[in-house]
Design a protein around this ligand. Structure first.
Ligand SMILES: NC(=O)C1=CN([C@@H]2O[C@H](COP(=O)(O)OP(=O)(O)OC[C@H]3O[C@@H](n4cnc5c(N)ncnc54)[C@H](OP(=O)(O)O)[C@@H]3O)[C@@H](O)[C@H]2O)C=CC1
Ligand SMILES: O=C(O)C1=N[C@H](C(=O)O)C[C@H](O)C1
Length: 248
């Protein structure tokens, strides 16, 4: 029995790669491929069981609303998540309890591992900052990955009883110290030629630790997307992060 899959955002940088990956998977069948010009009804009309949603922070909520209300499981990597947005999708899922939603800030196995390593290291270093570097067409900053990484680090620091780290800056330009994500400074670089890269810099007396990950091609996200598609159908409710589908 093959799983019927729709890709929403099929003309995009990652969506076009996802189309190829789904088509190449023997256990999956691509039944719809949508762009910004498509009607969302194509997902349901095609009988999709799972939608892979890779669009834009302005579009994701309407796409999830349509899919979840119609019992279509969703795997999304689109960014722009806030507590309010998460509360909205939790509400939608409560109304459709048999349906699964995976929100993955990053589908690359290496990126997921680097986030886990950073979370593990966080308690041992008094100071930590995140630098993310992306291509020059990216709509959101900080990246979804960097935001999630900083949140995981901040939670680990709190659990270990570490205080919020101080900032010695008394003279500076606005933005020079990056965005504050739960007390962790996050710096965003946008540069033509890059794809997606991140460094977590941890420092304490006499030593630093740098955890770096580089995505060099969109193919790196495909094993994670395919894993998400196969697992989400048996995982009702919200799963936040691909790590929950990995045997880490
Ligand atoms: N979680 C992860 O591992 C990854 C996540 N991402 C995230 O995925 C998202 C897409 O990234 P990327 O592929 O680079 O973006 P692109 O701009 O290349 O592609 C966006 C896609 O979404 C479609 N789209 C845009 N607006 C709408 C809309 N209102 N309704 C329906 N479809 C729409 C576009 O259609 P059209 O061609 O018609 O404009 C296009 O197919 C971003 O949020 C990015 O951060 C990216 C890589 C990895
Ligand atoms: O826009 C991108 O390209 C990416 N977006 C995701 C993010 O914001 O973290 C994942 C990856 O970094 C690529």
């Amino acid at each position: 029995m093959t799983l019927r899959v729709a890709v929403i955002g099929a003309t995009g940088r990652i969506g076009s790669e996802a189309v190829k990956a789904v088509e190449a998977a023997p256990d999956l069948e691509l039944v719809a491929a949508l762009s910004s010009k498509s009607d969302l009804a194509e997902v349901t009309d095609a009988g999709a069981q799972v939608a892979v949603e890779l669009t834009h922070p302005d579009a994701v909520m309407a796409n999830l609303d349509h899919c979840l209300r119609n019992g279509v499981h969703v795997v999304t990597g689109t960014t722009g998540w806030t507590d309010e947005r998460l509360a909205t999708v939790r509400g939608l899922l409560a109304e459709n309890p048999a349906t699964g939603l995976l929100i993955a800030p990053n589908f690359s196995i290496g990126a997921v591992l680097s986030m886990q390593f950073a979370q593990k290291a966080a308690r041992y270093f008094d100071t930590v900052e995140v630098v993310e570097l992306h291509h020059d067409r990216k709509a959101d900053a900080p990246s979804g990955t960097a935001t999630r990484t900083a949140q995981l680090i901040a939670a680990a620091r709190t659990a270990a009883g570490l205080p919020r780290q101080g900032d010695p800056t008394t003279h500076g330009l606005p933005g020079a110290r990056g965005a504050d994500v739960d007390g962790v400074p996050v710096h965003s670089v946008r540069l033509r030629g890059l794809l997606a890269h991140q460094e977590v810099l941890l420092g304490d007396t006499g030593e630093t630790l740098t955890i770096r990950h580089d995505s060099l091609h969109h193919s790196c996200f495909m094993p994670g997307i395919l894993l998400g598609v196969r697992r989400v159908v048996d995982t009702p409710g919200l799963t936040l992060g691909l790590e929950h589908f990995l045997d880490l």
